[in-house]
Ligand binder design. Structure first.
Ligand code: UGY
Ligand code: MN
Length: 284
């Protein structure tokens, strides 16, 4: 038969799920798709940013080997914390246990498996949904002893002490954390990965679940900042006055007082992992 064989193109933004669009048919390997030039779902505003993964480029860090880092939120953007994805190749990861005085760390396994070692706790090899919280000054070691790349979402935040003892270390998995719903709205679900309401913590990391057709009861505009990593499903996100289509692996930074609302549009539940700074007074 004449002509090139029918071929599916894999979109790098959905690495694990090949999908096809009409303009992606029969593209020669190594050529960019039409629409790649100048079209961008990403946006950076004064107090929010929407970052699809295809535009977030790699760097490397001295404390890791065979590992790339993709920075998402950072003070350069306006955020008061740092958030990033580590891509750890088999045999790679931390060169040695790494700790920073006064800085807390949080890590969440997005894909593959990783050996997570935290302070004096016994190390655990965890897949998607495994997570750790390291109090300030607590050493963390992340290693990939598997056969495929491990992707880990990381967060660093300066600890705001208030005279209580600092929180203890946590090494766990999201399936150990109950799903709750305090809102009274059907279809909402919350998994608080850090102990909810414990004032020793100065931030929350919450898995936010939405059944199809569920939405926030109102647009929120609050002082807390967010780092949002989309994990499941898809939807529309209101930031300021603009709606953005969002799906798996997209990232949003919302600064203080960014008007926000989510409306899931897919046929399945949608969920994202949400950083939120809480439990501290306003510094004047
Ligand atoms: O808890 C929150 O601030 C949450 N409802 N915000 C969000 O999902 N954008
Ligand atoms: Mn919010």
């Amino acid at each position: 038969m004449a002509g090139a064989p029918f071929r599916l193109t894999t979109c790098p933004a959905r690495r694990e799920r090949p999908f096809m669009q009409p303009h992606a048919l029969n593209r020669p390997a190594g050529r960019a798709l039409p629409g790649a030039f100048g079209h961008n779902r990403g946006i950076v505003r004064r107090n929010y940013a929407f970052l699809p993964p295809e535009g977030v480029l790699k760097s490397r860090l001295p404390q890791y080997e065979n590992t790339a880092v993709r920075f998402l939120a950072a003070p350069a953007l306006g955020a008061r914390f740092a958030q990033f994805v580590l891509e750890i190749e088999p045999g790679g990861g931390s060169r040695a246990p790494f700790a920073e005085a006064a800085i807390q760390h949080f890590y969440y396994v997005l894909s593959g498996t990783a050996v997570l070692q935290l302070g004096d706790l016994p190390p655990q090899e965890l897949g998607r949904g495994g997570f750790l919280y390291a109090p300030p000054g607590t050493p963390v070691l992340l290693r990939n002893e598997g056969k495929t790349q491990a992707r880990i979402l990381g967060l660093r935040k300066r600890y705001e002490a208030i005279g209580l003892s600092a929180p203890g270390p946590i090494l766990s998995h999201e399936n150990q954390v109950p799903r709750t719903n305090h809102t009274g709205f059907a279809g909402r679900g919350f998994q608080h990965l850090l102990p909810f309401g414990d004032l020793a913590f100065d931030f929350e990391m919450n898995l936010m679940w939405f059944a199809p057709g569920t939405f926030f009861p109102a647009v929120e505009t609050h002082i807390m900042e967010h780092g949002l990593y989309m994990l499941h499903g898809q939807g529309l996100y209101l930031l300021g006055t603009e709606w953005h289509e969002i799906w798996e692996d997209d990232f949003i930074w919302m600064g203080a007082y960014c008007p926000q609302q989510f409306y899931p549009t897919g046929p399945d539940e949608a969920a994202y992992l949400l950083y939120k700074d809480v439990n501290r007074d306003v510094a004047l």
